[in-house]
Design a protein around this ligand. Structure first.
Ligand code: BJW
Length: 255
């Protein structure tokens, strides 16, 4: 094929600009959302095939929903756990994991799938918890407990708290719930950086969506990688339209 007409060989000039910024940065912070795991096959929340197209968040992802019908909520999480268990980290997770081992790099994720963990990401803040952990509904246990049972349908009854035997819940953050203070502190601390890169998030869920603005106020160069325009697109220095699994490897090549 004539390379001059092969659009796949043309690199968006913004990628070069961002690569130069990352190369020079002593402190790099990356915020990720569901779009980073989309190429792995994990459903996003708000896209055309997103989870919120089939289910109302208030029926499944609020403390009120769990109180009303814990089994229904657990069944939905069991279905998602089974789906995620079959997924593997993609090229975007791999690039982020490699960068995370650089001094000064911090990764903050809203994702509960733990694909960043499986890719070997260090210095990771999981703002919305993990679908692979459970915690006590009555808040008896101080720490969430790993729970890797992938059976669907659920074993008899909903899972119990390993500490007190009471009702257990997925160790994720639902709407209307506060995030763990230590995670919020770590995320806010990470907004003091030279480059803040937001990847694959619709930038509508707070407090995560506020981090890019905090970083900008604190003097960071800000960038976004997303398939679509988001509320963050007009606020960042560089908005790159593309799949994280394609753009991040291109960036890594240029470093
Ligand atoms: C690609 C791609 C590819 C696709 N490459 N890109 C009004 C104003 C402001 C705030 C509020 C408000 N009313 C209520 C609030 C607060 C609320 C909130 O923000 N609501 C807004 C929606 C309006 N926030 C909260 O309730 C939070 N808590 C809180 O504020 O506490 C305060 C408090 C203090 C003291 C006491 C009590 C309370 C908690 C938020 C918890 C969010 N939880 C969920 C579920 C987690 C568990 C689970 O998974 O089940 O977190 S909701 C869901 O949204 C999930 C995600 O982490 C989160 C963000 O979604 P994300 O990652 O952005 O995914 P999508 O699907 O939205 O977007 C994917 C993007 O990727 C798209 O843009 C695609 O284009 C892109 N993409 N493929 C690159 N290959």
């Amino acid at each position: 094929m004539d390379r001059s007409t092969d659009r796949s060989s043309i690199i968006d000039p913004s990628i070069g600009v961002l690569a130069a910024r990352i190369r020079a940065a002593e402190r790099l912070t990356i915020l990720t959302g569901a779009g980073v795991s989309a190429a792995s096959g994990v459903p996003t929340f708000r896209g055309a095939d997103g989870l919120w197209r089939q289910h109302r968040p208030e029926d499944l992802a609020t403390p009120e929903a769990f109180e009303r019908d814990p089994r229904l909520v657990w069944e939905w999480y069991a279905w998602r756990r089974e789906k995620i268990a079959a997924c593997r980290p993609n090229a975007a997770h791999d690039v982020i994991a490699a960068w995370s081992r650089r001094p000064g790099c911090r990764v903050v994720t809203q994702n509960v799938d733990d694909l960043h963990v499986r890719a070997g990401t260090s210095a990771l803040v999981r703002l919305h918890g993990s679908i692979w952990e459970l915690s006590c509904w009555n808040r008896c246990a101080a720490q969430p407990t790993p729970w890797r049972d992938e059976r669907v349908p659920l074993p008899d009854g909903v899972p119990g708290c390993p500490q007190c035997g009471g009702l257990a819940r997925p160790a994720v953050v639902w709407f209307g719930e506060p995030l763990r203070a230590a995670d919020v502190d770590a995320a806010l601390e990470a907004t003091a950086c030279d480059v803040f890169l937001t990847v694959g998030t619709s930038a509508v869920v707070y407090p995560a969506a506020g981090l890019v603005h905090d970083a900008r106020r604190r003097g960071a160069f800000t960038a976004e990688i997303n398939l679509e325009t988001t509320p963050a697109s007009s606020a960042v220095d560089v908005a790159i339209h593309g799949g994280a699994e394609a753009v991040l490897p291109q960036l890594a090549e240029l470093l």
